[in-house]
Design a protein around this ligand. Structure first.
Ligand SMILES: *[C@@H]1O[C@H](CO)[C@@H](O)[C@H](O)[C@H]1NC(C)=O
Length: 996
């Protein structure tokens, strides 16, 4: 190794050292295997609640021990309160559980159950530190941002005969909650029909506060605390309920780690039935099909529940209910023409069992088949029971109500939805500059280049390796020449080393997460020994803000953005590769309580830091971009996610589609998988197909593990390089459609990639389809090729409508399955009749350079002969759109009048200065081409069309002129099409084109 060092440049010495350092670091992560993660059976509370379910279901005499105290009920201003009593079996004792059922203006209902004995106070831990005794009830602080205005219209009535309380609520009073008193349960109805039932199977379970009873035979461990709250009923011995396995009540071990459980058992569980619903979707993030599988064993079913416990899962498994990096405890149920949903707001480890039962047909109603009921059993380790209910009836009603609560996707900067080039690692600043130049040399567009952990000086975030990145500013300035950006990784673990100010401040200011003994928690991660910022502490968030200032994080400038990785958090030597559950966060909460929302808090702090960075500079301040690996409900407000460390093989490519679709219907559509696959080396065919698929991920990034060969698109060779470049160009050309779809998501929560059930909720045959999708509201239907050697693709068309091949206008007619040729250079992509698609067709190096490019409008005429499409446009970077600085148009083609009009749909009139300035800037941006696919035969022989354009004085002051029309005759199976050449109308203005 020492040979010939003299002849090597400094750079190569640095690389060599880097390589050796990396090899040594790979070891800890590489030990993570399936066995490192718990099954339900190895997770005490999951096992207890499954056993509880088995007892309840197998025993026909089983009665849920929960009942509502009728006398306690109060209904005031849309909120019902009362007390649910849990009878302790074989005793006269019962536990009081305060109940709140809130009815919101939006039509959402919310059922919350707390526990009186845990509502106040703290418990003493060893060494005098304290933890909150309360059930965690602050998940909403992070997850919920709106939608909780209480409904004034909700009205209640009691029915003493049936022992129920009814509340009529929701838009048009179409919803009803029927609260059953004994046993306690709630049925939710829409238009008189039951859609959702709580505790129908009697699996509601709130593990109540109890005294720890020392068993005489057990030896008391050193330092173990003595519980001495004298007023507590000693119930442990007498609680002979079904969940009597006490072995994991007070302590639990797994993989050599022991979890002390100072609060004892405290799980909450509830069964939710969806009568008549065959499919459920959601509870991201998991691998496997969009339509969730049953989980209690049997052929084609999982044997473990879907698990939500954010974790760094090394080489994760395909088609598995195992947990992954993020959690969205939101589930939708689908039957013909009806969608409903629930959202379980709980940040602790959660498991969800799914089962389906078929009720046989009523013998009297001949001809009516059996109905499937899907049942979900939600089980969380701690926290209050807090469930939101959405009654639909459309998929968007449910997703819209959920995102009304948890917030809409941030409207990203335009560069963020263009192509990102990443690798672990671009090894020097010169390497970055070189890749940047090569993209240009090969005429391949890209917007962002990324740096993984190796840019730092010894894994110390906010520093640069002086050997390999001596000139970060020079590098960033080169990128900026073509409006390109840099994304640098910043993780939540801080190298625990002296002489590193970030670590020293974190410790001296006491802003780090504590261990159960109240000392600063130390664990092992990329830098070796590390500490972790506690973003639950407002002071820690404030401090974090300061670290991103341009004068603190030297070498960064305005085009540098952030990647928050490892924020589950990943701890190489922690239980299940994360933090011990008995660690203590700000506010006295155990890590157990907040685990799943932990990753969100880091991204929240980073978001605020990036905002502050620009505000401090008092410049034109722009929308932060952050990529996160870990997430929770609400993370969509702050940036993008990706599906973590996938592999370069074909099944992973196929699997990425349902994973990204699942994120989309879960309110977090800004999602993608690593293009090319993270681990391993893709064949050139796989890499090419992956780019063709990735061109349809809302978040589109190529990424690769440090041990893989370089695979930048320009290295792919013929014919792959050109085909990959085509896929990238397709993405860039459709950016106006993508950006408009993101805008729609940012105001309604609508998915960007839309599965069949979402588009066609009446078409039961399509409910399980998850390998094809529509892009936004544009009728663009894609089914990327995900198998080796595949030359054709069968696409399912749900509706009676014309579809055209995107590239050659070959015509297909739904409903049914059609076959599309798909040789390597082809992406199976169809256009559904009835839409107008905006594009920008001029090839550029980056999306920033397309700002003033002209538009092409593609009018796709279907069976009705009419078509419609939206375009949303703003400066693509700032918050000026909030002051009206945007263009929002609806293009409408009407067959009855053979005319295309552009209408303003801006919600506010652009009167402010920012709005006026923007419109002025865009004044010269024109429509350069209009393509009409499926053009009427009557146009044959027409040589021009009439254009009338507003001159600024409204319709009356329109000027008219004629521009040429080119006619293209039908050809074999291809549609007739026509092109209006250079109509020259302003994209931001009002105009009309008459095809006559
Ligand atoms: C981040 O959290 C703070 C404090 O809870 C909140 O005020 C802010 O709106 C959050 N930021 C985003 C982008 O949600």
């Amino acid at each position: 190794m020492m040979l010939g060092l003299n002849g090597l440049s400094r750079r190569w010495v640095g690389l060599l050292a880097l390589y050796i350092a990396i090899l040594s670091l790979l070891t800890p992560a590489a030990t993570v295997k399936h066995d490192n993660f718990k099954t339900c059976d190895q997770s005490g509370f999951c096992k207890r609640n499954r056993a509880y379910a088995d007892t309840a279901i197998s025993n026909s005499k089983w009665e849920s021990p929960y009942s509502l105290d009728q006398a306690s009920l109060k209904f005031d201003n849309g909120i019902l309160t009362g007390v649910v009593n849990k009878k302790i079996i074989n005793t006269d004792e019962s536990v009081r559980l305060p109940l709140t059922v809130a009815f919101y203006e939006s039509g959402t209902a919310r059922v919350t159950i707390d526990e009186e004995k845990r509502q106040k106070g703290q418990i003493e831990l060893r060494h005098g530190s304290k933890a909150s005794k309360q059930r965690y009830n602050e998940a909403e602080k992070w997850a919920i941002v709106g939608g909780t205005t209480v409904s004034k219209g909700a009205a209640t009535s009691q029915d003493t005969e049936t022992g129920t309380t009814k509340v009529v609520y929701g838009p048009g009073s179409k919803f009803e909650a029927v609260i059953r008193h004994a046993p306690f349960g709630v049925d939710f109805k829409r238009d008189g029909e039951t859609q959702i039932k709580f505790n129908d199977r009697g699996l509601l379970n709130v593990e109540h506060w109890r005294q720890k009873v020392e068993k005489p035979k057990e030896e008391k461990r050193e330092g173990e605390e003595e519980k001495k709250e004298g007023d507590e009923a000693v119930v442990a011995e007498s609680d002979k309920s079904a969940a009597e396995d006490e072995s994991t009540w007070w302590e639990e071990s797994f993989g050599g780690n022991t979890d002390s459980k100072p609060r004892g058992p405290e799980a909450v569980a509830l069964d939710v039935s969806f009568p008549g619903y065959q499919h459920v979707y959601g509870v991201a993030e998991h691998t496997g099909p969009l339509s969730l599988k049953e989980t209690r064993g049997g052929e084609g079913k999982h044997s473990d529940p879907y698990r939500l416990h954010n974790s760094d899962v090394f080489e994760y498994e395909m088609d598995s209910p195992m947990t992954l990096y993020g959690s969205i405890p939101f589930m939708q149920a689908q039957k013909k023409d009806s969608t409903v949903g629930v959202f379980w707001l709980n940040a602790a480890e959660t498991w969800i069992d799914i089962t389906k039962t078929s009720t046989s047909a009523n013998p009297l109603s001949l001809g009516i088949g059996s109905a499937t009921t899907t049942q979900a059993h939600w089980i969380s380790e701690a926290g209050v029971l807090d469930m939101f209910v959405f009654l639909g009836p459309k998929p968007q009603d449910v997703i819209g109500a959920y995102t009304d609560l948890t917030g809409y996707t941030q409207l990203p900067q335009q560069f963020a939805i263009a192509y990102h080039q990443c690798r672990w690692n671009y090894v020097t600043d010169e390497d970055v500059r070189d890749v940047d130049r090569k993209f240009d040399k090969h005429n391949i567009p890209y917007d962002v280049i990324w740096l993984d952990i190796e840019y730092t000086d010894g894994k110390k975030y906010f520093t640069w390796d002086p050997m390999t990145f001596p000139d970060p500013l020079g590098m960033n300035e080169q990128l900026d020449e073509h409006e390109r950006k840099l994304v640098a990784i910043i993780d939540p673990h801080i190298k625990n080393e002296g002489n590193y100010p970030v670590n020293e401040e974190l410790k001296s200011k006491d802003l780090a997460v504590h261990n159960k003994d109240s000392n600063i928690y130390e664990g092992w991660c990329w830098p070796g020994s590390s500490t972790w910022i506690d973003c639950f502490n407002p002071k820690a968030r404030d401090w974090w803000k300061g670290l991103f200032r341009y004068d603190k994080f030297k070498g960064t400038m305005k085009n540098v953005w952030i990647w928050n990785d490892m924020n589950e958090p990943s701890v190489f030597n922690g239980p299940e590769t994360t933090m011990p559950k008995d660690n203590i966060h700000h506010g006295g909460w155990e890590h157990r309580d907040i685990h799943n929302v932990n990753g969100l808090t880091l991204v929240n702090a980073t978001y605020d830091a990036l905002l502050a960075r620009d505000k401090d500079e008092d410049k034109h301040h722009v929308r932060p971009f952050i990529l996160t690996r870990s997430f929770y409900s609400g993370s969509q407000r702050m940036g993008a996610m990706w599906t973590g460390d996938n592999q370069a093989d074909w099944p992973r490519l196929a699997e990425s589609i349902p994973m990204v679709l699942s994120m989309g219907i879960s309110g977090f559509p800004f999602a993608g998988a690593d293009v090319g696959g993270f681990f391993g080396n893709p064949s050139k065919e796989l890499l090419t197909r992956w780019y063709q698929t990735g061109a349809f991920y809302p978040f589109f990034r190529g990424h690769a593990h440090i041990d893989t060969r370089r695979r930048e698109p320009y290295l792919a060779g013929d014919p792959y390089k050109a085909i990959i470049a085509q896929a990238l160009r397709l993405r860039y050309s459709l950016l106006p459609a993508w950006y408009t779809a993101f805008h729609e998501a940012s105001v309604s929560g609508a998915p960007i990639l839309r599965p069949n059930y979402y588009m066609h909720p009446g078409d039961e045959k399509g409910f399980g389809i998850d390998d094809q999708f529509y892009l936004g509201s544009y009728g663009l239907l894609a089914k990327p090729v995900t198998q080796e050697g595949q030359q054709g693709q069968d696409i399912y068309l749900a509706d009676k409508e014309k579809y055209y091949d995107y590239f050659d206008y070959w015509t297909y007619e739904g409903p049914g399955t059609v076959s599309v040729a798909a040789p390597l250079e082809t992406i199976p992509l169809l256009m559904q009749g009835g839409h107008i698609i905006p594009r920008r067709d001029r090839p550029r190096r980056s999306s920033g350079l397309m700002r003033y490019d002209p538009f092409t409008l593609v009018i796709v005429l279907g069976n009705s002969g009419d078509a419609e499409g939206m375009l949303y446009l703003d400066d693509g970077e700032s918050f000026d759109f909030q002051d009206g600085a945007f263009i929002h148009r609806r293009f409408l083609y009407t067959s009855a009048t053979s005319s295309l009009v552009s209408e303003d749909v801006a919600s506010t009139k652009a009167s402010g200065k920012k709005a006026q300035d923007y419109l002025k800037q865009m004044e010269s941006v024109r429509v350069e081409k209009i393509i009409v696919i499926g053009a009427p035969a009557a146009w044959k022989g027409m040589s021009d069309v009439e254009v009338s354009e507003e001159l600024g004085g409204g319709e009356s002051a329109a000027a008219t002129r004629r521009v040429p029309l080119d006619w293209h005759e039908k050809d074999e199976g291809r549609a007739a099409w026509a092109v209006v050449r250079d109509p020259g109308v302003r994209v931001g203005g009002g105009w009309k084109i008459a095809f006559a």
